[in-house]
Design a protein around this ligand. Sequence first.
Ligand code: C3B
Length: 840
Amino acid sequence: GSQNNLTQNEKMWKLMQSYINNDKETIQQSIVNHVEYTLAKTRFDFSVFHAYQAISHSVRDRLIEAFNDTAQYFTHHDCKRVYYLSIEFLMGRYLQNALINLELEENYKEAVLELGYNLESVYEQEVDPALGNGGLGRLAACFLDSMATLNIPAWGYGIRYSYGIFRQLIKDGYQYEVPDYWLDNGNPWEIERLDVNYPIRFYGYVRKIHENGKEKSIWEGGELVLARAYDNPIPGYDTYNTINLRLWRSLPAREFDFNSFNQGDYFKALEEREKAEYITSVLYPNDSNYSGKELRLKQQYLLVCATIQDVIRRFKKKKRDWKELPEKIAVQLNDTHPAMAIVELLRVLIDHENLEIEFAWELVYRSFSYTNHTILPEALEKWGIDLLANLLPRHLEIVYLINFIFLEKVTKKFPNDLHRLSSLSIIEESNPKKIRMANLSIIGSHAVNGVAAIHSNLLTTTLFKDFYELRPKKFQNKTNGVTPRRWIRCCNVQLAQLYTEQLGGDTWVTDLTQVKCLENMVEDPEFQNNWQRIKRQNKEQLKWWVKENCGIDINLDSLFDVQVKRLHEYKRQFMNILYVIHRYLQIKKTTADQRYAKFLPRTIMFGGKAAPGYINAKRIIKLICSVADKVNTDSEVGDLLKIVYLPNYNVSNAQIIIPATELSQHISTAGLEASGTSNMKFVMNGSLIIGTMDGANVEIAEEVGKENMFIFGALVDDIEGLRNNMRNTDPSQYFPPELNEVFQKIDEGFFGAVDELRQLISTIRNRNDYYLIGADFKSYLEAQKKVDESYRNKKLWTKMSICNAIRSAKFSSDRTIQQYADEIWGVKAFQIPNPSQSAR
Ligand code: C3B
């Protein structure tokens, strides 16, 4: 339209004129306006919750302006766009993050204070949007922040679940799951797009017709629902660019079916329609675990089908040749959950756009790339043929077609290698047959990456070895990262201030390599004092949180030792608590007059949710809580040892927990934690790591120096041998005596819940120690001893802590995203000029 004919200068002028002012008075006026007109509350008396809502709406206004301008700018420049597809986005609270990224926190703080509220307590009013389980969803959120900040023309696509991950209550040592209806009070951060709706088909049949001597497939019948867009603006830091997270919600289709409404059963017919809403109603609460439920496949397809329609509509806005598609779009698959997008795009290109299959296929795989996040077999998605044939009949046909073309090529390269053929095939020849989504993702992508060096190596040498031999250049590594905006600037305000003072500015927030310049300060007494003061204040804050949420008084002088992550056997929270029991028994064996000389006070904190159906994970929670009960009330122990289960671990309490931590545990069996990302957040906040040589720990050790970590345990190459050894050793000989003593106490019923806890230890005792707790326990004990020794030397500990933080630049998601942009997506940055800077 006419916008496109404007010169750049004219455009900018228009932008400036519409720009909202950000002085205190204007901000106050906009807040008060929202109280009166958006919330319809009287401006003379409103609660802190209404203050939160009005403030959020006023911030939202500012976001929307930048958001619209950015979208226009990208369209105007016809940039290549990145589409980041993820079934989960674990965003955490928006308000503080938005204010910080817009650089408006100070202005709002003042403005709000005069209206009678403290901005920090306003932040607390926001519910945590938790549309993800753990690492994978949080990674997607960090990536959005970095893509916006790096001015990359990117959009995230996901699902707007009505219920996010459940709220966890801990009662009598057991986990209870409470539904999280997070939209109860509305959501000021989203924009409902009443005009962006796409039809989504399920079930039905494929009809073949002949047209111009060619067979054509028409998928019809079945059920239709609508996917409606909800846009969530994502502001970059130190840039006007504001990108979008577009989330889909399912709704009944608008078409009405005369038949069903004519049967006389009006209510029944309406009920059928209501079912459509159910598709996006709840996030599956599994982390690294696959369950082949039809509803989950419906969620995946809804995401994929709506997104591909949206992407194609945008591509077709301009008249152009289809061959340009891979130059204009890059689609990143966050794990295999959205992998059906490969098939969907191919389907649209051949069935609707009438492209030749070979040509269409080339466009598809050049546009797609795939990130693998785990090698755990229980997490690999395999959809049964029957399920697919029923729900998505045309897609199943296309999968067969893709597989046929692919296997023909393999046969040419490796004739007579049936073994290879069956491992590469998309179809698993089991009974019933299954579709391997990882194989589909690799075949349909031009780049495949793991999420840390060790993990990417394992992919090419084990899980995807045959694919690697076929196409070595396809395989890459992209070590994960986390955003320094949320994970330093927002959550550790004092540390951020210290950095800004020392470095003479805050450009480190977008260039974390700058904090390396503080290398010469690691032994500086004044700097060390400041460092310790900050850690102590953060510890105080956590102490209050624990008091309020757990009713436990913790010792500020004790070492704060934390393991927070989803509960999983491979993450070995079990090993941690077994060690705690050992430590407790040692304290008990020491005479009262010796105890304080021999032991350093420790507070060991656990946090994390267990998938509702994961029995062993729930038993581990029970064990931790039972031990906590016993130890915390044992007067002989006093404050030498306290154990806390931090309930409902989520993004917003992570922002309190992580900056207060002195030692964090990342102790997975080598080879099983693909990367881990909380390890990065802890290191950035000056926590030391006790950990195995697994995931990103390996690269953290390279960066911060092994001498600044407590590394222990078997290496990935030892694992197979150790498992064989375990199977061939008498169980009574296999576990070290310290561990057998611990087992015995549990067996005796010393911690109560004897049946359950016995069952838990029996999972590892009878040659079943798959995660090798027995094999690693001795070296874990030694590492723990080194922790105590180092903590006794306060200067040494502080130095180690500083070294960890200032050498953590590699783990900024800005570095990760720049690598994706350069090495996988082939996209350039497009920064929109900031109107507030060009004005005047
Ligand atoms: C996780 C992995 O378990 C972590 O090691 C990794 O850091 C993150 O992904 C991000 O890459 N993961 C997950 O949270 N959910 C899965 N289904 C698979 C892996």
